[in-house]
Design a protein around this ligand. Sequence first.
Ligand SMILES: [Cu+2]
Length: 448
Amino acid sequence: MKFKLHNRFKSLLGGLLAINLLFVAPAMASIQEQASDTAKVEQVAAPAVTADSTAALADSAATTAATDSATVSASSSSSSTTTPTATTTKEEKKIDPQVYKNLTYYILLFLVLCTVVAVIGKVQSIYVLTKKVNGKYNPLANNTLQAVLLFVFLVGFLGFVWYGYAVWGSWSWRPAATEHGKDIDRMFIITTVIITVVLVLVHIALMTFTYIYRMRAKRKAYFYPHNDAIERLWTIVPAVVLTILVLFGFFTWRSITNIPEELKKSALQVEVLGEQFMWTVRYPGTDGEFGKRNYKLTTPLNSYGIDYNDKNAWDDVKGDEIVIPVNKPVRFHILSKDIIHSFYIPDFRVQINAVPGMTNYFQFTPTITTDEMRDKMNDPQYNFVMLCAKICGESHYNMQKNVRVVTEAEYKEWLSKQAKFFTEDLQKEFAQTEGSEKKDERIAASIN
Ligand SMILES: [Cu+2]
């Protein structure tokens, strides 16, 4: 049987190659690490060392051997010429897990996996061909195997879903620390329950049907092209459920954001300005009003762009973190200096975009102080945190601020200790520009 032998030969060769690659891949990766280390050493070491290693490279025929000897010659000669470099090289070599971050390693690993899959495929096809040749081939046996495998998958999948909820569920769940947070949580729970029921039922139907109705000998498929009643059912029921969920979301969001004017004004006002890659927090000071802001006024000293011609700005306070009193409504004014960021406090169920050129608002009432939350979490280090939830650039992860919920008295004490935006340097700068402006006015008046 010429054909069979040919195939066996190929799969044997593939198998050998796969095993070979499995051993070679990590070795190659570590050799490359060493080679890059050697290159570093060569750059520092005397020119003679470089000549040595190039000679060694030229001499040996196999590439692996060449790299090895180069490493040896370079490290040995460098240890004799430049001792400090050699010691640092040795230290670097200790970080072995770096090998697994090597691109070559992953490429080779991928090739190995491809080869293994190809070999399994070949072996399978040889098996089928052998059965065909011997006249023992039953095409339907494979159907039963596939159906059983799908059923096994179903059991594993449902177990995994259960595990996800039972074990990981609590990792992602913390009690909401705001009044409106409870509404959002209720919505989230209802949606999750509906989704889970649908997920489980659909998967059970999918994978038991493939078993029950698998192709068997002397079985004929029932031709069932159309059923209006079923079509109506599976169109209308999801449409109604989704409409209810959307309306539920709409009304919840409206109840959170639709706040009467007087409550908007009576709330504590805090302004947050996002930029790449930091947040700046502004409290309005004793007058309760923010000074005007204009991006055109941004200078190195006045990076917030506050207009100090507006006297409301003079007492504006810069917060080193976000501190708010418990059980008091707070109205956040969310701004951006450059691109879109997102103001996000997960524990408060608060998230809204910071958009350049416009102000977004989020008003809420925190119900749990940081200390109470620490007790609840049984973690004395626990902190609420405000994050940027919009991937906005390479240092996006830097855009965090501590949020502390405290009693009213603690809040007032903290606020009194914070620095003002209108620093002495700024006051001088402001006095100068104001003086020159008045001078300009006087000159203009005299010309006229
Ligand atoms: Cu950001």
